[in-house]
Design a protein around this ligand. Structure first.
Ligand SMILES: C[S@@+](CC[C@H](N)C(=O)[O-])C[C@H]1O[C@@H](n2cnc3c(N)ncnc32)[C@H](O)[C@@H]1O
Length: 913
């Protein structure tokens, strides 16, 4: 071997000194393309020697070619680094070396942001590269373009479509052959190429990708030790290889031997494995020489300005290739079907995980978990304590442990509450172990018996560094654990603000993630409110958390903040416009709830904000009824009520007027306001019948124009002249419209009048002229000003009230500033008139618009038959319940769309329908 080495050195020195062009017959074999006549082989055991000669080789080549000193020093550093790495390998077993290499890579991955950032391409760069693709390949023959990098998108499908992949790559190789031949036809280039090549052609064949050594592993079965560089990550293969004997491979003499699975052997043969670092070029951007050898950008051999392929030494046409792996088996998150759904609970004790408890117990009692494991037969021969493994940093031990084949990396450990190794590593806060296991494709979504994923454990155990790592590794955010809680629920509940931030920013692609509700309908905000984490409450609100979302019992976040007695959060929510008197399904306000929980501070906060102390819940309790008779909460509420009563005695309750009609209506109409400080409206004259203030309104009241009847019966037959004018008598015996009455296209109704000979008491055709009995109340609405509600139930078809006001011509109405109270009498045949209730009107002027109204306006004629001036009678088009607000459809002008447009125009957010 020494002889060969000596010979190589001499030949190399000669070549350098003489700078002679190597004759063609001295070409070495590269990828079997152009078989050289002489092959130089270096003994694998000659690591150190090889290293030295390689070092010298590069150093000499630089000296001989008078490269500038700075560059020399830089390259020297690179060389020293490589040499030292090889030396360290010398003292270790192959397996240890492989593990050491993995460890180094993992720590490099984490420690070296430089590497990561280099791999992230800016859009500008990408554009540039894409533009370069379009240039013809042959341009690169020009010497100045020799090292020009091109971006070539290569999509490869490894392992899943072996045959296709093979065929495709063969096609590519043959095209590369042609290209290479074209390139070689350039005399200058060939000269230069061979000159450079000669520098080390004798010292090394460079890569060993095609070599087969008769070196075998002692073990019967082993996991594939190939490592794939996958974008910024390194991923271990760990497929089980069960060949006998178990051959070992490596991509260069600088790399320790390893056992490879079938896929990786094939890829090694195709020069997919980088000889400089030993990692497979699997996904990301790599360099590819013209013979289709792959290597990392940092792994080329630098000589002069040239980057040489570490497989063959070619430098004439290195291209940047982007490889994307298409797997037929994309990772799929499968929702876990729970065998049993526990009822949603509001609070849960901070009980340690069973697994953790067991570990602690074991530690306390001095018993080892190993015995448990041995019992279930997971491992016997290794006598390895799983927790020791997880606690330690010895990846070697873990590897050994996995090699026993008694446990899979994704296996659930029955004795640890079905946790996986990854769960345990998270539980113990061992980030390096988590990284190691993740890179070995540990299952990120596996759930233990408590339905916790490793990500959830990272949150609840406050392992935020691990959380970030798992998020970056693609752990799912939508997984739901116990009670349907996501990791964000858990983070909000635990008060882990940093975790909340990481999770929310990782959830950018999940719509409305921040408002996900768990099985109880609780959002992360609710959990933070209940547990008093005001910083998280603020953060979540700033990220779009909805404070009004109701849970399954109609509680909102304010109820839960009150339940927890967190007055600062209560204050915060109220400042964010939460309704202080909001009711849940039990009729409880937040005040009821905190009174029941005896949360004094919160009770005081709510009282100071004028919470309603008189609201009665479904148990007939006011907030005062919810507290015990002794105690601070009782005193606070009782004294507040006393103060209110003094006020209430002066102005009983919230009724601010006993009768807005001032005795004009049969039943008084009270005015009620519990919304704001607005007083009873007094800016109009209460009238009971339409009035006229305009000279242009002349109603034809001539008796001769009025038709009348002389019915002896109750005017219910078609013999009644008045009924005939209405097509028929539309009223039933109770004075309600018949069921067949068409509310959508109602007929004109002519009631019997003073000219009729019928009995006014018995006559059925007199309804609107007989004042109705229902009781009404004028009340202050939350968003529509005043409104009217029924205080007695009203049956469908009943006459409710007349819309009374001042009769105006259309032209006059158009000149009125405020059109809010105008009712169009809509007479198409003659001049049109309106009723304006702005200055003169009855309580009907306060009835609001609705697109789904309970009233319908109908034109009625009684004492005159002048069709231009009908009465507008409002009938119930459906049954109306007590306290239900009265409404009718204001028509086209007040359609949902036009009101919406108006409100939008003035940027008013008001209720419309
Ligand atoms: C005839 S008044 C009704 C009584 C009025 N709410 C008040 O306070 O005096 C009509 C006016 O009430 C308001 N209004 C009526 N229905 C509404 C609705 N559904 N949503 C919002 N505002 C409404 C509008 O300002 C409209 O111009």
């Amino acid at each position: 071997m020494n002889k060969v080495l000596e010979q190589m050195k001499n030949e190399f020195n000669r070549a350098v000194l003489s700078r002679e062009i190597i004759p063609e017959d001295m070409e070495i074999e590269v990828d079997g393309l152009s078989a050289g006549r002489r092959k130089v082989r270096v003994d694998e055991s000659n690591d150190v020697g090889d290293s030295n000669s390689f070092t010298k080789l590069l150093a000499n080549s630089r000296t001989s070619q008078k490269v500038n000193k700075n560059k020399d020093t830089k390259d020297q550093k690179l060389i020293v680094k490589r040499s030292s790495r090889r030396r360290s390998i010398g003292n270790k077993s192959i397996l240890q070396s492989a593990i050491a290499r993995k460890e180094r890579s993992f720590s490099d991955c984490n420690k070296s942001p430089k590497k990561a950032s280099r791999q992230i391409k800016s859009k500008v760069d990408e554009k540039k590269n894409v533009a370069e693709i379009n240039e013809p390949v042959l341009n690169s023959v020009d010497d100045s373009n020799v090292n020009r990098k091109r971006l070539k998108l290569v999509e490869q499908s490894f392992s899943c479509q072996k045959e296709n992949g093979l065929r495709r790559s063969l096609r590519m190789i043959s095209s590369e052959k042609e290209e290479a031949q074209k390139c070689l036809s350039d005399e200058e280039l060939v000269k230069d190429y061979l000159e450079q090549y000669s520098l080390y052609r004798e010292t090394s064949k460079l890569c060993c990708c095609l070599e087969t050594k008769n070196i075998y592993s002692e073990l019967d079965s082993k996991f594939c030790s190939a490592i794939d560089s996958f974008d910024e990550k390194l991923i271990g293969c760990s497929r089980l290889v069960e060949l006998k004997p178990l051959p070992m491979y490596r991509s260069s003499t600088r790399i320790p031997f390893g056992v490879f699975c079938e896929t990786h052997i094939q890829r090694l043969r195709k020069h997919n494995c980088c000889p400089s670092c030993g990692f497979f070029c699997t996904q990301g951007e790599f360099l590819q020489c013209k013979f289709k050898h792959y290597f990392h950008k940092d792994c080329s051999i630098q000589m002069e300005d040239k980057a040489l392929c570490p497989h063959c030494g070619d430098f004439t046409n290195n291209e940047v290739v982007k490889i994307k792996v298409h797997s037929l088996k994309p990772p799929v998150f499968l929702p876990v079907q729970m065998p049993y759904h526990p009822s949603a609970k509001m609070t849960f004790e901070k009980t340690p995980l069973k697994s953790e408890k067991r570990i602690e117990d074991d530690e306390d009692s001095g018993t080892s978990s190993t015995s448990n494991i041995q019992e279930v037969g997971l491992i016997k021969c290794d006598k390895v304590d799983i927790m020791d493994l997880i606690n330690g940093d010895s990846f070697n031990d873990i590897i050994k442990f996995l090699q026993t084949g008694r446990i899979d990396i994704r296996a659930k450990l029955a004795e640890f509450n079905d946790a996986t190794l990854l769960h345990l590593a998270v539980l113990k806060g061992n980030l390096r172990m988590v990284q190691f296991l993740t890179n070995l494709q540990a299952d990120l979504e596996s759930m233990d018996n408590e339905q916790s994923t490793p990500l959830m454990l990272a949150v609840t155990e406050n392992r935020n560094d691990i959380l970030k790592y798992l998020l970056a590794s693609g752990a799912q955010l939508i997984a739901k654990g116990t009670d349907g809680m996501t990791v964000l629920h858990l983070a909000a509940k635990c008060g882990n603000l940093e975790a909340c931030r990481s999770i929310v920013s990782a959830s950018f692609s999940i719509p409305n993630y921040v408002n996900y509700q768990d099985d109880g309908g609780w959002t992360p905000l609710v959990w933070a409110c209940e547990h008093g984490h005001i910083d998280i409450v603020k953060y979540l609100i700033s990220k779009g958390a909805d404070i009004d979302l109701r849970d399954v019992e109609y509680n909102v976040a304010l109820h839960w903040a009150a339940f927890g007695g967190h007055s600062d959060i209560v204050e915060l929510l109220l400042r964010n416009n939460c309704n202080i008197n909001i009711l849940n399904v039990h009729g409880d306000t937040p005040l009821h709830i905190c009174a029941r929980e005896e949360k004094y501070d919160t009770v005081v906060t709510l009282l100071s904000r004028n919470a309603n102390v008189f609201i009665i819940n479904r148990n007939n309790e006011t907030p005062l009824d919810c507290v015990s008779n002794e105690g601070m909460c009782y005193d606070a509420i009782a004294s507040y009520i006393k103060k209110q009563r003094t006020y209430v005695n002066k102005k009983p309750k919230f009724i601010i007027s006993n009768d807005i009609s001032r005795g004009r209506e049969k039943n008084p109409i009270q005015c009620y306001n519990d919304v704001d400080e607005e007083e009873e409206p007094r800016n109009y004259h209460y009238i009971k019948q339409n009035c006229v203030s305009s000279d242009n309104v002349r109603i034809d009241l001539k008796v001769s124009t009025v038709r009348s009847c002389s019915c002896e019966d109750r005017c219910s037959s078609l013999d009644c002249n008045c009924a005939q004018m209405s097509v028929k008598c539309w009223y039933d015996k109770d004075g309600k419209l018949l069921s067949e009455f068409n509310y959508y296209d109602p007929p004109l109704i002519f009631e019997c009048n003073d000219m009729c000979g019928c009995n006014a008491i018995l006559c059925r055709n007199r309804v609107v002229q007989k004042p109705p009995n229902p009781r009404f109340e004028l009340f202050r609405t939350a968003s529509k000003g005043w409104g009217v509600r029924a205080l007695t139930p009203i049956a469908k078809g009943s006459f409710v009230c007349e819309y009374v006001g001042e009769i105006l011509t259309d032209t006059e109405a158009d000149h009125r500033e405020d059109d809010s109270y105008l009712f169009d009498l809509d007479n198409k045949e003659t001049e049109s008139f309106c009723i304006d209730a702005k200055f003169y009107g009855n309580f009907a002027r306060f009835i609001n618009h609705s697109c789904e109204p309970n009233l319908n306006p109908i034109k009625i004629f009684i004492e005159h038959h002048d069709l231009r001036f009908p009465k507008i009678a409002l009938f119930a088009k459906k049954d109306i319940a007590i306290t239900e607000e009265l409404s009718f459809d204001y028509g086209d002008k007040y359609s949902k769309q036009s009101i919406g447009e108006i409100l939008e125009k003035y940027q008013i957010t008001n209720e419309v329908c």
